[in-house]
Design a protein around this ligand. Structure first.
Ligand SMILES: [Zn+2]
Length: 265
C-alpha cells in the first residue's frame, strides 16, 4: 500500500492534487484568496507552548481556523495578500519585488504574476522554495533596488536583526514599501533575547521555537524606526476595506495581527 502511495505521489501532478484538495475541502465557511478556494474549514495550527501562551504571542502558538487545507496559507499570508491586493499596485503595476524566505503558498501565487520582476531569496535554498541564496544581513543587491520587499517571520531567527533591518532599508527604493512581519508579544514592552542560549532545546524552551533567538515585544517598532524606517502600522480591523472584505471572518484573519508596513524616511 505504501509503495502505491509513493508511486502516486510521483506520478500525480501537483495541479491535480490541488484540484482534489479543493474538492475535498470545498465549502462556504471560509475563502482563501491566495489559492482562490471556498473552504468548509481552516485547520488549527501552531503549538500549544506555555511560553508563547503566556506572552500572548500574535501569529505564534496554537490557533484555531489558521491553515488553509489546500495551500497551507496561515492568517498572516492571507492578510499580506489582501493588503497588497487592496492597498497597493502590486497586482497590476510592473515592479521589482524581493521576497525573503518565501512561504510556498505566496511564492506559488506570486510566480504567476508575470508583470513582476520577482527575486526570491533564502539563507538555504537547498531546503526551501527560494531561487537565490540570500543573507538578510548582507543583501547582495545595490542600494535602492526594490519597489517592494516582503520579509515574513524571518527577523526572529536572525541574531543581528538590526543589521538585517538596515540592509532591507538600504536595498529599498526611496518610494518603496516593505512588510516586515514577526511574531510578537502585545503585552510585553521589551523584547527578550539572550545570546548565551544557543542549543535547540534551550531555544525551544525559552523562545518557543528551536531556531528563534528572541521574543519580540512592542519595542520591535522602535527597532524598525531606529533602523531608519518610517512605520505605518496597518491595523486591518480599523480599515474599512479590509473589514468589509473579511466580514464574518471569511478569510480567517487574526483579530490582533497588524502589518508592519515600513518606508524609507
Ligand atoms: Zn489556500
Amino acid at each position: 500500500m505504501q509503495q502505491i502511495k509513493n508511486l502516486a505521489k510521483q506520478i500525480v501532478p501537483s495541479s491535480v492534487k490541488t484540484l482534489i484538495k479543493k474538492g475535498r475541502y470545498f465549502g462556504n465557511s471560509f475563502y482563501d484568496p491566495i489559492c482562490n478556494t471556498p473552504l468548509r474549514l481552516l485547520h488549527p495550527n501552531g503549538e500549544d507552548h506555555p511560553t508563547l501562551k503566556e506572552a500572548q504571542i500574535v501569529s505564534g502558538g496554537y490557533r484555531q481556523n489558521s491553515m488553509c487545507p489546500v495551500c497551507r496559507s496561515r492568517e498572516r499570508h492571507r492578510l499580506i495578500y489582501l493588503y497588497l491586493q487592496h492597498h497597493t499596485t502590486f497586482f497590476h503595476q510592473p515592479q521589482k519585488f524581493l521576497y525573503v524566505a518565501p512561504a510556498p503558498c505566496l511564492h506559488t501565487a506570486f510566480q504567476q504574476l508575470h508583470h513582476l520582476d520577482y527575486i526570491s531569496g533564502d539563507i538555504d535554498t537547498d531546503e526551501r522554495e527560494a531561487e537565490f541564496d540570500l543573507d538578510v544581513t548582507q543583501i547582495n543587491y545595490p542600494d535602492n533596488t526594490f519597489d517592494i520587499i516582503l520579509c515574513n517571520h524571518v527577523l526572529e531567527h536572525v541574531p543581528d536583526d538590526r543589521r538585517a533591518m538596515r540592509e532591507l532599508r538600504r536595498v529599498l527604493k526611496p518610494d518603496g514599501l516593505a512588510i516586515l512581519q514577526v511574531p510578537f508579544s502585545p503585552i510585553r514592552a521589551e523584547t527578550f533575547e539572550d545570546f548565551s542560549i544557543t542549543s535547540e532545546e534551550d531555544r525551544y524552551r525559552v523562545f518557543g521555537q528551536k531556531d528563534h533567538v528572541r521574543i519580540y515585544g512592542l519595542d520591535y517598532m522602535d527597532r524598525l524606526q531606529e533602523s531608519g524606517f518610517v512605520l505605518d502600522l496597518f491595523k486591518w480591523w480599523e480599515d474599512d476595506t479590509l473589514q468589509e472584505v473579511n466580514q464574518g471572518n471569511k478569510h480567517g484573519l487574526l483579530g490582533n495581527e497588524p502589518l508592519f508596513v515600513v518606508r524609507k524616511n
